[in-house]
Ligand binder design. Structure first.
Ligand code: NAP
Length: 337
């Protein structure tokens, strides 16, 4: 593929998640990493050499603004801390960059609306980085649901947990108003998958949580009410063994995605059953959802296509997360819409 057919990327921030996304940008055939920036002197180069030791011709900046001023950078991957997403996304857009923003896109619906307005004004593409949506196993789950095999979806349960390693404790150092805690870290995935499986938006949210000293939630659980007795249950924790799954129960059977938010080495498995006695376990080859996400974003920019993940989706997810945080803090049901 010639250089014209590759989207030229810059990475805004030497974040840990670059371990996954930096190689993805390098490996995607329609993408090229041309710059990386960090506010900490030397950190950009350190990250580059750690995750792509053989990569050459990538400019390293010790100022984030310098990367935004680099006219050769056409798209920005924004992996900064949650509370910084909105302000830096807006700055990147104002420099005419397309932006892939790590989840959550922002901490308020108003901030997402501001990003949406700016993207429209500057004619750039912006997407929230829910990498898991690009793993083919979820398309298969949706295909099973759409086929009618399990009947009408009546209940979905999403469970995401792992023991938080001491090195990652910084994620619990800020209260949820500043983007800290499990609801803003792993909650976005669980909530997103409930909304995906029901294919509509919740009308009310009830949640409860355990808080640590900083005010951040380390464990949270709750129910999204999709109306007519259809409930989505989420259950997230930094204090128990790894679980990364969702299960849908319909009027005629159920389907389960066993390794929903995959780590390298996870094997994609989907199982389904029906009340008339049929059952099946489907195994799939491993796929790298980060690579697929980057390829998708670049393809959309290069070919002028609409991205899979929309602003409406980002706003609806944010609305549900904010409602869950509010419900847990105030001990009440929060109605939506
Ligand atoms: N899609 C996924 O699978 C996935 C996985 C993990 C996280 N995420 C998301 O990605 C975003 C980043 O998460 P993360 O855990 O990778 O964040 P992180 O390592 O804390 O990095 C966030 C920002 O903090 C600064 N920083 C990093 N290390 C630092 C240090 N030692 N001292 C001071 N500042 C430091 C960096 O900015 P400077 O370089 O400018 O200093 C960086 O951009 C979050 O929005 C998170 O939700 C997504």
């Amino acid at each position: 593929m010639n250089d014209q057919a590759r989207l030229r990327w810059g990475i805004l921030g030497a974040a840990r998640v670059n371990e996954r996304l930096l190689p993805a940008i390098i490996e995607a055939p329609n993408s090229q990493l041309v710059a990386i920036a960090s506010r900490r002197p030397g950190a950009a180069g350190e990250t580059l050499r750690k995750y792509a030791p053989r990569q050459q011709d990538v400019r390293e900046y010790d100022r984030l603004e310098a990367l935004l001023e680099d006219a050769d950078v056409k798209a920005v991957y924004l992996p900064m801390a949650n509370e910084e997403h909105a302000v830096w996304a807006l700055r990147a857009i104002h420099h005419g960059k397309h932006v892939l923003i790590e989840k959550p896109m922002a901490l308020t619906v108003a901030d997402i609306e501001a990003i949406e307005g700016a993207a429209r004004e500057y004619g750039v593409l912006v997407m929230e980085g829910f990498m898991y949506r690009f793993h083919p196993q979820h398309a298969r789950v949706l295909e099973i649901v759409a086929s009618g095999l399990i009947g009408d979806v009546r209940s979905v349960r999403a469970s995401y947990s792992f023991m938080m390693r001491p090195a990652r404790m910084y994620r619990l150092a800020r209260d949820p108003g500043l983007g800290g805690g499990a609801m803003w870290d792993i909650g976005p995935y669980a909530i997103h998958s409930l909304r995906l499986c029901f294919g509509c938006e919740p009308v009310a949210v009830t949640a409860t949580a355990k808080y640590v000293e900083s005010g951040a939630d380390s464990v949270a659980s709750g129910v999204l009410d999709f109306g007519d007795g259809r409930f989505g249950h989420f259950d997230i924790s930094f204090e128990r063994a790894r679980r990364s799954e969702y299960e849908i129960i319909g009027t005629k059977g159920g389907v389960k995605c066993h390794a929903a938010w995959q780590l390298p080495g996870d094997v994609p498995v989907i199982s389904w059953w029906t009340e008339d006695g049929r059952e099946c376990v489907e195994h799939y080859p491993a796929a790298n959802h980060f690579n697929l996400e980057i390829e998708h974003f670049s393809d959309c920019v290069l070919k002028g296509k609409a991205p899979l993940l929309t602003f409406d989706d980002a706003k609806a997810n944010c609305r549900a997360i904010v409602a869950a945080l509010q419900s847990a803090a105030q001990g009440k049901v929060v109605k939506l819409g």
